[in-house]
Design a protein around this ligand. Structure first.
Ligand SMILES: [Zn+2]
Length: 416
């Protein structure tokens, strides 16, 4: 292993620690081994004389005081930086043996088990000629998602500890079980104490995400009339066929497999129960716009009414449950500067910002909903949750430089 700059040295040290989460466990953390990294982070922060503590769930909370004069500090939001210690359960999670491939020149990199990094399949590699690539040995994922965010925040803490440059009070937070959708379930929001925050958990350098889907689920239930099929003429109303007709009425060009970018969709994903007397389907509705979500709900209701009208004797019930809302709404209602500052800080360090839509939910969306506006920032990582996942030494350094600039931007401009 070549000698590495400190943020990359931290990164390769942290990825070696297996912190894979487990969706089949109901405990928090879902796997005790996540605490192996949490405990190390707590120890390393305390060794730097930074106030830090791990709770019983494996969350690590830390704080760095502001360098601003007390009056300005009091009027500047307390800023949170968040990363998750766990890695995805989708691929083997450990032991991770990180490899550094110096001065990448654009070819195919062969790892173990026939796993390759191949620019024809992963074109982003070609934007990184001359970089020092970091991968696993091919037998596991790398875990740049989100050890990159962890390493960047930890290095930032060390570098800023004695740095007099303007900064608001910082709250650092390392969460568990993000990959299984429970990253903020057990979060002590009071203890976190941030007024605005960022998750450092994104992709390509420059990408900033402040928009997620609006998400709801529709349950459409058909009640039929059952009778012996041999003597059913004019009597049977088959809930299975009526439900099939309903599902067939969903627009094929508004499905997950036919949409991208800002387009929303209908996603029928589970049929249960599925009998002739009663059959039901669950449909995910996704749309970035509030009006779009309203339109989708109306579409489902109208389709149900139309199908029911064609089948006297059948009853069709429709129920909606809202899951989460586009986080941009909450960000704009609390502190929209989180987005503008993230963009400005990128330009300040010569990185072209790209506002990217998240076609899903994030922990930041749930924090935003709870009153802490939390866009997501890039980490330089690519091809998450795979054995050909990669990041680069240079991307880690760029991310660190960027997050420092963002903290400074809040120090200089964050006063209300
Ligand atoms: Zn992540």
């Amino acid at each position: 292993m070549p000698s590495l700059p400190s943020v990359a040295e931290r990164f390769v040290r942290y990825v070696r620690i297996d912190t894979q989460s487990d969706p089949d466990s109901a405990a928090t953390p879902s796997t005790e081994k996540q605490k192996d990294l949490s405990r190390l982070l707590e120890r390393e922060l305390q060794a730097l004389d930074i106030e830090a503590g791990m709770d019983g769930f494996g969350y690590v909370y830390a704080r760095l005081p502001s360098t601003l004069d007390p009056e300005t500090a009091a009027r500047t939001p307390v800023l949170g930086l968040v990363a998750h210690v766990d890695t995805s359960p989708d691929e083997p999670g450990g032991p991770v043996r990180p490899l550094v491939h110096e001065n990448y020149q654009g070819g195919v990199i062969a790892l173990a088990d026939g796993v390759t990094l191949d620019p024809t399949r992963q074109p982003a590699l070609l934007d990184h000629l001359g970089h020092d690539l970091i991968t696993s040995d091919g037998t596991t994922l790398l875990g740049s998602d989100d050890k990159a965010g962890v390493a960047v925040i930890m290095q930032l803490a060390e570098d800023l500890r004695d740095d007099p440059a303007p900064r608001p009070e910082l709250r650092l937070l390392f969460t568990v079980d993000e990959e299984i959708g429970r990253g903020v379930d057990r979060l002590d929001v009071e203890r976190f104490g941030a007024d605005a925050a960022y998750t450092v958990d994104g992709g390509a350098v420059g990408e900033i995400s402040a928009e997620t889907f609006n998400a709801a689920e529709a349950t459409v239930t058909v009640e039929g009339v059952t009778v012996h099929p041999g003597y059913a003429k004019g009597v049977l109303v088959n809930a299975v066929t009526v439900l099939a007709e309903f599902i067939g009425g969903l627009p094929a060009d508004e499905a997950p497999d036919t949409t991208e970018q800002r387009e929303g969709y209908f996603y029928p994903h589970t049929i249960s129960p599925g009998g002739t007397g009663r059959a039901a389907v669950k449909i995910l509705l996704r749309d970035f716009a509030d009006e779009g979500m309203a339109r989708r709900k109306a579409f489902i209701q109208n389709l149900a009414d139309e199908v029911a009208a064609r089948h006297p004797g059948a009853t069709i019930r429709v129920a909606f449950e809202d899951s989460y809302r586009n986080m941009l709404r909450y960000i704009e209602e609390t502190d929209a500067r989180t987005v503008g500052f993230a963009v400005a800080a990128a330009r300040a360090v010569g990185i072209e910002p790209v506002l990217k839509l998240v076609r899903g939910g994030t922990d930041g969306a749930r924090l935003s909903e709870r009153g802490i506006p939390t866009p997501n920032l890039f980490t330089g990582g690519h091809d998450f949750h795979s054995r050909f996942e990669w990041n680069t030494v240079q991307n880690l350094q760029s991310t660190l430089e960027y997050v420092k600039a963002l903290v400074r931007h809040w120090g200089e401009h964050g006063r209300r």
